[in-house]
Design a protein around this ligand. Sequence first.
Ligand code: HEC
Length: 200
Amino acid sequence: MNGKAFTAISLGGVFAVGLVCTARATPVVAPSPAKLWMEIQHLEKTRAVMPGSHPFQPGSRNVDVFTTDLSNAAARRAISGAGSILAVTRYPAGSLLIKNNYDAHRKLGGITAMLKLPGYDQANRNWVMAQYAPTGKVVAYGRVNSCDACHAMATKFDFVFAPPPQQLLPVAVWKAFFPKQVMNPAYIALLSKHPEAVVK
Ligand code: HEC
C-alpha cells in the first residue's frame, strides 16, 4: 500500500466515525419560547379547555386561587380517547397542556405549560416545561427541575395531574416547593373533604 492510499483510507474512517458520533449526540432542541407562546395564545383565543378541567376551578395557593387548563388537539384526543386524565399513561408527541393561574380577583398572574417533545428529556418523560408572565415574558423554560420534581409524583399518568378535586397534593408538598406562598383556603377544604384524592 503506498502512502497516499493509506492517508485516504484513514481520513475516510475518521470521517465515518465523526458522522456516527454527531448523529448520536444531536440534542433535541425545544421550540423557541416565543413560538410556543404563539401556540398557547391560539389555544387561549379558541378557549380550548382541557377535558376534565373547567374554567376557574379551584387552585392550591394565592397565586392560583383559580385555574383553567387548556390542551391542544393531540392532548385532547389522548384524554378523550382514554376516557379521563387518570387513564392516560402516555401522551403523544406534540401534546401541549396549559394551566392559567388566576388570583382571587380572577386576574391572570401567570401561565404554565408543558409540551411533549420525544427525546428532549428522557428522565422526565420528554416534557418541555414553560412558565410565562401574562405578557409572554419567560419566567422558566426547558428542563426545569422544580416543575419536573413535583410532576414526577404523577409519573403513572405521564407527569400530568388531574385537576382538583380529582387529585390533590398535601400542604407539606406545596410548602416544600413554594415556602413563601399562602395556601388557598378552598383547597385546604378540598383536602379534608377528599382525603382519598391526595397523591402520595
Ligand atoms: C409542588 C408541585 C408542583 C410544581 C412545583 C409545579 N406543578 Fe404544575 N401542577 C401541579 C398540580 C398538582 C397540578 C394540577 C392542578 C392543580 O392542582 O392546580 C399542576 C398542573 C399543571 C399543568 C396542567 C396540566 C396538569 O398536569 O394538570 C401544567 C401545564 C403545569 N402544571 C406546568 C407546570 C410547570 C411548567 C411548572 C414549573 C414552572 C410546574 N407545573 C410546577 C403541581 C406542581
